[in-house]
Design a protein. Structure first.
Length: 199
């Protein structure tokens, strides 16, 4: 049995999302339509929540896993510095277009506070066995140069994240190649489980 969801809705036990003022600034001035040159794009995965080891003793129609805080940090998208004539949200949108992402990258209104637990609901029938569940952020870092015809180029850095990943898998499945999922399997599945094998 395999269940894998990317960008599933999480039910937070603690604080909700809080917005940042950077994305509400008006784009104005002569440099509102500058061009971007991107470099140093890197992607990393961070395991931010992890369920206790899950053992299903008999076939069940659904399951709710509690994803406990694992990282204990608070993440917000950042742009430093923000070029004159634009705003942080616009810079992040430009990066998303450059990367051709299917879903928009997290913008300054997003806030991922990993100090709070969440739940993940599995609505697919599960068979007897050991399972693991996790939540991860797929971070994106990039350097940029913002250039206008009548101004000096501005160099800066962006940090955001792609669609969050959340999963619920059987420990009998093949190991996953993504870092956070494999780390979750190693920490949750019984020794010798197939999912713990080298990813």
């Amino acid at each position: 049995m395999r269940t894998w969801v990317v960008g599933a809705t999480l039910v937070a036990l603690g604080a909700g999302l809080t917005g940042c003022s950077g994305d509400t600034e008006d784009r104005a001035g002569a440099c509102a339509d500058g061009t971007y040159t991107w470099s140093g794009v890197t992607r990393t995965e961070k395991l931010i929540r992890l369920a206790d080891p899950i053992v299903i003793k008999k076939r069940t129609a659904s399951y709710k896993a509690r994803l406990r805080s694992y990282d204990t940090l608070r993440y917000r998208p950042t742009v430093s510095p923000v070029p004159d004539g634009t705003n942080a949200g616009a810079v992040i949108l430009a990066l998303g277009r450059h990367l051709k992402v299917q879903e928009p990258l997290a913008d300054p209104s997003d806030d991922e506070d990993t100090r709070y637990d969440t739940y993940y609901d599995v609505e697919t029938e599960l068979t007897k066995g050991a399972y693991y569940s996790w939540d991860a952020l797929k971070m994106v870092d990039a350097d940029f140069t913002y250039t206008c015809d009548d101004g000096e180029p501005v160099k800066g850095h962006v940090r955001s994240w792609d669609t969050p990943g959340i999963g619920f898998l059987s420990c009998a499945d093949d190991p996953r190649e993504d870092t956070a999922a494999h780390e979750a399997a190693v920490r949750s599945c019984p020794a010798g489980s197939r999912a713990v094998g080298e990813a």
